[in-house]
Write a protein that binds this ligand. Sequence first.
Ligand SMILES: [Ca+2]
Ligand SMILES: [Ca+2]
Length: 234
Amino acid sequence: MKTFIIISVFVLGARASPSLTTCYEDPNLNGYYVTFDNYAPDLYSYNFDDTIASVHQTGMWIYYENYQYNLSPGKAYFVHGIGVTVNFPSEYRDITSSLRFVGSLEYLNADTITFYEGNSFTAAEFFAVGDNSNFGQMTGRISSLIVTGKSYWTIFSGEGYTGDRLCVGPETDHDVGPNGEVLDLGIYPAMTSLGIPDNSIKSVRKGCWSGRKIQAPKMKVDGRRENGAWGRLF
Ligand SMILES: [Ca+2]
Ligand SMILES: [Ca+2]
């Protein structure tokens, strides 16, 4: 029995990230390709800069025109889903210079919240799976966020769970894969469009501890299926 347990742990430990994207140089999954299971801030180092034209992926991934997740402003494209295939529109082909996924490295639909320095999920980020009484260097710099999983989260205007509070949750997107796998998302590309001052979120608690839930407007998409959606961020 003990042997069985050890083997199980080993298998889990060796498992690849649940978020994977295979990126192709040509449309319709043709040509040279590279598979990513983690952040890639600089595709030049993969000899894959300004190359991506189509993707086959699981999880939510964001594809940026510039290095370091559009540290300098540029175009960005998002795709989320389970086993979803997408051809980038022509203006978004052959421009991607960095990419990253959203959520947990361990479980596809884990309860997570990620805060971004820029609007529409650009620049630096702060990733959380539980309460945080401040965001360290990211405190006072948050302009957008994405929730994955089933939990709501309370965001506060003060550090240490003080000040104004309201709840955000995974209520904008619900993807279902061919074998019943689920990916729940709450995609909030700008705080100001929700009536929250920019750069004003200072702490977060897991769960909804406020009477006020805010709903993000539905993102405009280029396509949507039961197992995913995709579109332009900039
Ligand atoms: Ca580029
Ligand atoms: Ca900001």
